[in-house]
Ligand binder design. Structure first.
Ligand code: PLP
Ligand code: COI
Length: 341
């Protein structure tokens, strides 16, 4: 298979159109068989549910070329099951979980020429998504839906790769206490756009959102969960019913405990205690693990001892082990690696 002529090592996190995408339609109460198609555009009613009341959700996962030349994805079954949760909360029909994994497999295989080579630092990002496609004018769910998956080769989510980030405590909330923060609804991201644009204007890389109920506890950023390392090397991650259950974070907790022998804690994390942590990182499919060097809370700087030039030592071990598993250098726990070819 001849790879596309792309400067893999200099890719950012952007959209590049690839050859094939998967499309399946839901009509009269059932999903059709679905197929790979070449057309990257979509034609829908001007009154489609997604356009009027934002009835849409999505997922994100990556395909990797391993050290020994296989192409794999990481825990796609968990994306399928999280999408099921999103669909149920948004009154959308669930796309069958086994078919979801099959469709991921088909899209990666059909776009093999776009899967970045091992060692390039790039990966093939997959974006499964679903939206209400039939007309809706009264506030209610659509009757027809489309499920799609496209692929795009990507580099690091944050410019500068693994340089520690500076983030600010946001005055905006991304979710409501009993809202949709725990699912991957497009509306959560629409909510965060003003906050991210204003953070960037003020020179910050990202927002740290607080719990919308009390605004005293750390939740997550617009696109990643937090991990913190205590001065005695415990891995701590915020527990909240309004953050997205990150697959990367759940995997890292296993890696920390089972591979690195570290103690792990999923618990409420107060803004007040940030100053006591040794390291901080953002974790997610796009973010992988991106180190945070500094949090600014309304003019007060909280600087982690790991500093602004390198990843902290425990964060680095977590990063190396997780990416080692994803790229086939380290043996994975059973069921984590889905081999495409
Ligand atoms: N939190 C938010 C708000 C996200 O959008 C994402 C990305 O999917 C994550 C966390 C990380 O989740 P995952 O590790 O499953 O990609
Ligand atoms: C992902 O990590 O897959 C996401 O969906 C996050 C988004 C900010 C790109």
């Amino acid at each position: 298979m001849e790879k596309k002529n792309i400067d893999w090592s200099n890719l950012g996190f952007g959209y590049i159109e690839t050859e094939k995408r998967f499309v399946s339609n839901y009509k009269n109460g059932a999903w059709d068989e679905g197929a790979l198609v070449s057309d990257s555009t979509i034609q829908i009613s001007e009154c489609a549910g997604v356009l009027q009341y934002a009835q849409t959700c999505f997922e994100g996962l990556k395909a990797y070329t391993t050290e020994d030349g296989h192409i794999v994805t990481f825990r796609p079954d968990l994306n399928a099951s999280r999408m099921k949760d999103s669909c149920e909360r948004l009154e959308m029909p669930v796309y069958p979980e086994d078919k979801f994994v099959e469709a991921v497999t088909k899209v990666v295989a059909a776009n093999e020429a776009f899967v970045p080579p091992y060692g390039s630092g790039a990966t093939l990002y997959l974006r499964p998504y679903m939206f209400g496609s039939s007309p809706v004018i009264g506030v209610k769910p659509a009757e027809e839906y489309q499920f799609r998956i496209f692929a795009t080769p990507v580099g690091p989510y944050f410019k500068g790769g693994v340089k520690p980030l500076t983030i600010r405590v946001s005055d905006f909330d991304r979710a409501a206490p009993n809202g949709t923060g725990h699912i991957k609804a497009g509306l959560n991201y629409a909510m965060s756009l003003h906050a991210i644009v204003s953070a960037h204007k003020e020179g910050y890389d990202e927002n740290m959102y607080l719990d919308p109920g009390t605004r005293k506890k750390v939740e997550e950023t617009g696109g990643a969960n937090f991990i913190f390392i205590t001065k005695d090397n415990k891995v701590v991650t915020p527990k909240s019913s309004s953050i997205l259950p990150s697959i990367t974070r759940r995997s890292l907790m296993v890696v920390a405990k089972e591979y690195l022998g570290l103690e792990v804690e999923e618990r409420e994390v107060y803004l007040d205690e940030l100053k006591d942590f040794a390291e901080c990182g953002l974790c997610g499919t796009a973010a992988v693990i991106s180190p945070v060097g500094k949090v600014v809370d309304h003019g007060t700087e909280i600087c982690f001892p790991s500093g602004m030039s390198d990843m902290g030592p425990v964060t680095k071990k977590l990063y190396d082990t997780l990416t080692g598993i994803q790229m086939g250098r380290i043996e994975a726990p059973k069921g984590w690696i889905h081999v495409i070819k």
